[in-house]
Design a protein around this ligand. Structure first.
Ligand SMILES: Nc1ncnc2c1ncn2[C@@H]1O[C@H](COP(=O)(O)OP(=O)(O)OP(=O)(O)O)[C@@H](O)[C@H]1O
Length: 511
């Protein structure tokens, strides 16, 4: 780093009771630089960001801003000194509308709206209650709010984890623009493609300690992973080999799930597809193409406005999520806050389905429950140091709990909405074979993923949705990222202009 750092942290220590979250963390960022902050789930990244932006106090350590020692007492004070975060979880108050949230945080409305538009969200109404907005929109609003205050150092904690590809591109563009203005960005993500396209350097935390900083460039990914984990992870090729390719098509077999002409409001029209027992079926879509509505209908949260759902050849109607669960459909929602009992322990959260089904299972077999829960914790390498309350776990570890629950309980049909959000590379590469294993044992898995590479790593086929309709069904071995992207924009090979995209996707569509 040639120029003087804009922000420097060194020797930062933080404990939460018995948990030593940071033992010796350091970080530097210069003007105009994007520095990645990397580390496995629970390494201490969010804790460091919260300390730098005054949300929590460190036990020890120095913070220097523009060469001068600083004690950051509060988020308001951090903001005044130009340090503005977007935390890992949405921070707007759900019970208020957007306008009230802006007033509360003294955010200027005009610049906020300009950023919202620039970041690809069209038609936002300021009187919209926040709790009605999808997770991806909430993340964009958090970023727009941060940008409206023109920060010197923007700290983005897993900003893109809930975003589909088109919105990620918008975020990356805006981050690059910040750097052109000589502002700095600290960028946390588990997506290496973003790190290599955006970041100048990567500082790596391991078990609460900064173990080094790497110039980002060809070959740096392996170095970063080794520094993060102390060992290499399975390569994508190994995963594809282990998970195998598409299942043979067995047309006589009654599908586990058949969706016929399903519609929901204006967002989902006439969607039809089939999923067999033993299949992992991907769902690919850009932001707002109807994928949220599809999962809500299949999980019993919304009633469809038209069409049919068949399970094992029988028409079903869900009036309530409990009906879907009774029919064997379990849901891992995109927003983990919707799935977890935040004040209960890791074990209680994972064991939940055992208690929900006692009438079917007779007395709860405590021994069996304990050993299944233990095996799921082990399998997903859940950090249990703060296991007494799930809210004290790191974001990635919370996400693992939402999956572990169904690994422990067993499922017939698993509806997963972006289940690897915020999960580190090692565990992600454990989760793909695990989904395959569930399928091999006879379950079906419907997997919406915002990370297109996951289709080839985890799925047999992928259904592509555009403008609320299924526009393609692609076998996994043909589903490379360019093919999926074209289909997701409503284009088919050799047909670049045939289907004119409309709405938000049209704005984001490549020319
Ligand atoms: N309020 C808290 N009480 C107890 N432990 C906590 C609290 N906040 C964080 N921790 C613990 O501190 C450690 C570091 O957590 P942190 O959220 O900083 O990790 P992270 O690197 O951001 O992980 P991820 O990639 O999963 O988001 C974890 O073991 C976590 O359980």
């Amino acid at each position: 780093m040639a120029t003087e750092p804009l922000l420097e942290a060194s020797g930062v220590v933080k404990s939460f009771g018995a948990v030593l979250a940071l033992r010796n963390a350091s970080l530097e960022v210069a003007p105009g630089e994007v520095v990645a902050l990397m580390g496995a789930n629970g390494a201490g990244k969010s804790t460091l960001v919260k300390i730098l932006t005054g949300a929590i106090r460190p036990d020890a350590g120095q913070i220097r801003i523009k060469g001068r020692d600083h004690r950051v007492h509060s988020p308001a004070q951090a903001r005044q000194t130009g340090l503005v975060p977007v935390y890992q979880e949405p921070s707007l108050i759900p019970d208020l509308d957007v306008a009230a949230n802006l007033r509360l945080s003294n955010t200027p409305v005009e610049p906020f709206l300009k950023w919202v538009e620039e970041l690809g969200i069209a038609g936002l109404h300021l009187d919209e209650p926040v709790l009605r907005l999808p997770l991806a929109t909430l993340r964009i609003l958090d970023l727009a709010r941060a940008l409206a205050s023109e920060p010197d150092v923007l700290l983005l904690d897993e900003m893109t984890a809930a975003l589909p590809t088109d919105l990620v591109e918008r975020v990356l563009k805006v981050v690059r623009q910040q750097c052109e203005l000589d502002r700095s960005v600290i960028y946390i993500s588990h997506r290496f493609s973003e790190i290599s396209s955006l970041c100048d350097r990567a500082t790596v935390l391991r078990d609460g300690e900064t173990v080094g900083t790497v110039e980002v460039g060809p070959g740096s990914e392996e170095r970063i992973v080794e520094m993060m984990l102390g060992a290499p992870v399975k390569s994508a090729e190994e995963i594809v080999r282990a998970t195998g390719s598409a299942l043979p098509v067995q047309t006589q077999e009654t599908p586990r799930l058949r969706v016929r002409n399903l519609s929901s409001g204006t967002k989902l029209s006439d969607v039809s597809f089939e999923m067999r027992a033993g299949e992992v079926l991907g769902v690919v879509a850009l932001e707002g193409q109807g994928q949220d509505e599809l999962f809500e209908v299949l999980a019993g949260f919304e009633r469809p406005s038209g069409g049919h759902i068949e399970i094992d050849g029988r028409d079903v109607r869900f009036h309530h999520p409990a009906d879907a669960i009774a029919a064997g459909h379990v849901y891992v929602p995109g927003d983990r806050a919707d799935a977890l009992l935040m004040q209960r322990s890791v074990r209680e959260n994972i064991a939940l389905p055992f208690y929900a089904r006692p009438f079917r299972w007779g007395n709860i077999n405590m021994g069996k429950e304990k050993s299944r829960v233990g095996a799921a914790i082990e399998r997903l390498q859940i950090d249990t140091r703060a296991q007494g309350e799930v809210q004290r776990l790191s974001g990635g570890n919370q996400q693992k709990v939402t999956i572990a629950r169904w690994i422990a309980a067993g499922v017939r049909t698993l509806l997963c909405f972006d289940p690897t959000r915020g999960i580190d590379i090692r565990t992600k590469r454990e989760i793909y074979p695990l989904l395959r294993e569930l399928a091999d044992q006879g379950s079906s898995v419907l997997l919406y993923t915002s990370e297109l590479e996951e289709v080839q790593l985890a799925c047999d086929r992928a259904v592509v949705i555009f403008n609320g309709r299924v526009v393609d069904v692609i076998d996994a071995h043909d589903a490379d990222e360019p093919t999926l992207m074209r289909a997701a924009y409503g284009l088919t090979a050799g047909d670049a202009n045939a289907k004119a995209p409309t709405g938000e996707a049209a704005e984001a569509s490549p020319s």
